[in-house]
Write a new protein. Structure first.
Length: 183
């Protein structure tokens, strides 16, 4: 199904670091680009990051547009948190990333997190009372943080969009583009 949303003039922050699951970065990036939005890579790394294909194989290298510590949520219309075990584990403990994510919540802007990425939402204290999904190994962490976990391709709870794994990218991307088109 072709998405017909026009996101021209919208800018989407993708927060990732070394070890990001490559397809969870590139697939949503392509979806928002095809809809007319401008994606920008925000990272704790200075110049570039290397993605992973799964948790073992190195993927491509991607240039960083802005450091997380210097990023301003006011410059973006939505936030995407791709997964990858190493990526999500590194981002969840970085205060500049957590503050950046909390600013999106405070501004009522969409946040899309897939696979292990909800770890960052947990550590930013943003999941209590929310209905979400994630990679199955993150389920207990979400539940312990007060979220209701569902085993579904995509779960939308207000401004939060979550999905389980790369197999859910079509549904994840469609929900992201739809939520961003709503304004």
């Amino acid at each position: 199904m072709q998405n017909t949303a026009d996101l021209t003039g919208k800018t989407v922050a993708f927060v990732a670091t070394r070890g990001v699951e490559q397809v969870e970065l590139t697939s949503p990036w392509q979806a928002v680009t095809q809809a007319g939005a401008t994606p920008r890579l925000v990272s704790v790394q200075a110049e570039s990051i290397t993605a992973m294909q799964g948790d073992w194989e190195h993927g491509d290298t991607f240039p960083v547009d802005v450091a997380a510590a210097e990023a301003d949520a006011g410059d973006f219309d939505a936030l995407v948190l791709p997964g990858g075990t190493l990526n999500a584990d590194a981002l969840r403990v970085d205060e500049s990333v957590r503050a950046f994510v909390r600013d999106f919540v405070d501004q009522g802007k969409p946040i899309a997190a897939i696979c292990h990425a909800p770890w960052t939402l947990i550590d930013a204290d943003l999941v209590s009372g929310r209905t979400m999904t994630s990679y199955v190994s993150v389920r207990r962490d979400l539940e312990n943080a007060g979220a209701v976990w569902k085993d579904e391709q995509v779960v939308v709870d207000g401004q939060l969009i979550t999905s389980r794994s790369p197999e859910d990218l079509d549904a994840f991307n469609a929900a992201l583009v739809e939520k961003l088109a709503e304004g």
